[in-house]
Design a protein around this ligand. Structure first.
Ligand SMILES: NC(=O)C1=CN([C@@H]2O[C@H](COP(=O)(O)OP(=O)(O)OC[C@H]3O[C@@H](n4cnc5c(N)ncnc54)[C@H](O)[C@@H]3O)[C@@H](O)[C@H]2O)C=CC1
Ligand SMILES: O=C(O)C(=O)COP(=O)(O)O
Length: 387
């Protein structure tokens, strides 16, 4: 029986997928696996029993990835599972930035007791007139799950789309419409685009990437959209640029004191993935990944350990080992097994940066003694009998 804990509400259609061999616990310390959305785990103590974290979503900047890896805790996310939800909000953001839809709605509400509201509306509407997005230049920074969907949709809305992503995946590249201009120098996006939207993960390398200098380079009257993370943008500089009339509108999904209430900023309260469909997709995907890991030891869509998959174990036993990516580990593991007279039927070892993962199937059942010996090898972070 495995136990899981939810740090945020997770859609029930996902949790239902756990089945009979799982129990939800309110006690984080008891959990074999934890499900999380945006809850901040960075300062949390990680219980010794915890084997895995499932981020029902994309961004993992709220999770201490290296600390997890050092404790042999495998962290998963659900690539693309909420990308359509975000894409749709970005499209809404572009339209809200181009037409004064919000101002117009507020005006009508302010006239709710006026019997002549209809007649007056025809007179007043010119103050809410806007422009169309068709024919405008859209620059997209980051062409992953969300960026590529925004790119294709914007193309279909008649926009002239420019994409920048030096690390684009082959899959994402295949999915992009051929009409999208491939930009090699991000400054070309800053200099030429009417709308600029950012869809990169928050890392030490991307923090503040929409800098004061980047904003200075932008066209007068540019619209900037940030549905990724607030600290990707130098928001102090953004507010100055808005006040100076350089940036026409800043559309963001992240409320904070720097931008809240500032004229021409339209803020949604982190609603990108808050659709029934995205929440369901993310929950289902995260639970699937956690189950495959807990029951089979397989790793798919981890953000701190390598992908590693040996399917369902058909041998007598399977052990898995999280360890440092250093020489001589396999020799030490196999030596312990051969000393115990155990015959290996299958073995896979994969590495990712400083960490590695080894799966070993065996002809005979692994004993606690063997696993204790493997766990005591220097560089081993966690050893587990899966079967
Ligand atoms: N507002 C919301 O509710 C949501 C926000 N997000 C945010 O959006 C981010 C992106 O999500 P996905 O598209 O699903 O992730 P993804 O991992 O599929 O795509 C990210 C893309 O950014 C690219 N990239 C990384 N560094 C870059 C750089 N310096 N310049 C240009 N491109 C760079 C990568 O190559 C990758 O193609 C997430 O990390 C998260 O922070 C994601 C989902 C919901
Ligand atoms: O998936 C992401 O990166 C998101 O930002 C969505 O966050 P949420 O699951 O809505 O708290």
């Amino acid at each position: 029986m495995f136990q899981y804990h939810c740090l945020n509400p997770i859609a029930s259609v996902g949790l239902d997928g756990f089945g009979d061999n799982y129990r939800q616990t309110d006690d984080f310390k008891e959990a074999d696996a934890v499900l999380v959305r945006s809850a901040k785990m960075l300062d949390m103590e990680l219980p010794g029993k915890l084997l895995a974290v499932g981020r029902a979503g994309a961004g993992v900047n709220n999770i201490p990835l290296d600390r997890c890896a050092d404790q042999g805790i495998v962290v998963f996310n659900t690539p693309g599972a909420n990308s359509n939800g975000v894409k749709e909000l970005v499209l809404a953001g572009m339209l809200l930035a181009s037409r004064d839809i919000v101002g117009g709605i507020e005006w009508v509400n302010s006239q709710k007791d006026n019997p002549d509201v209809g007649k007056l509306a025809e007179k007043q509407k010119k103050q809410f007139a806007g422009s169309e997005i068709s024919g405008k230049k859209l620059g997209i920074i980051g062409l992953g799950a969300i960026g590529q969907k925004v790119a294709n949709a914007a193309t279909h809305l008649g926009m002239d789309v420019y994409g920048y992503d030096p690390f684009i995946s082959v899959d994402a590249a295949w999915n992009l419409s051929r009409t999208i201009h491939h930009i090699q120098d991000v400054n070309d996006i800053y200099r030429n685009c009417d709308f600029i939207t950012i869809h990169v993960p928050l890392t030490d390398g991307t923090r503040g990437m929409i800098s004061r200098e980047a904003i200075q380079m932008m066209k007068d009257g540019v619209v900037v959209l940030n549905y990724a993370r607030d600290v990707l943008v130098d928001e102090e500089a953004m507010v100055e640029a808005l006040n100076a009339g350089k940036v026409k509108r800043y559309m963001t999904d992240f409320a904070n004191p720097t931008v809240a209430g500032v004229k021409n900023v339209i803020i949604t309260p982190h609603l990108g993935a808050s659709t029934r469909e995205s929440e369901d997709n993310c929950a289902v995907a995260a639970v699937k990944e956690l189950k495959n890991f807990l029951e089979n030891g397989n790793i798919k869509n981890s953000v701190n350990y390598p992908a590693c998959d040996m399917g369902v174990c058909t041998s007598a036993s399977r052990i898995t080992i999280c360890h440092k990516n250093v020489p001589d580990m396999i020799r030490q593991f196999t030596r312990i097994l051969s000393d115990a007279g155990v015959n290996i039927t299958d073995l896979t070892n994969k590495s990712r940066g400083s960490y590695a993962y080894t799966m070993i199937d065996m002809e005979t059942r692994a004993s606690e003694q063997i696993i204790t010996k493997i766990a005591s090898v220097e560089g081993v972070l966690r050893a587990r009998i899966v079967k």
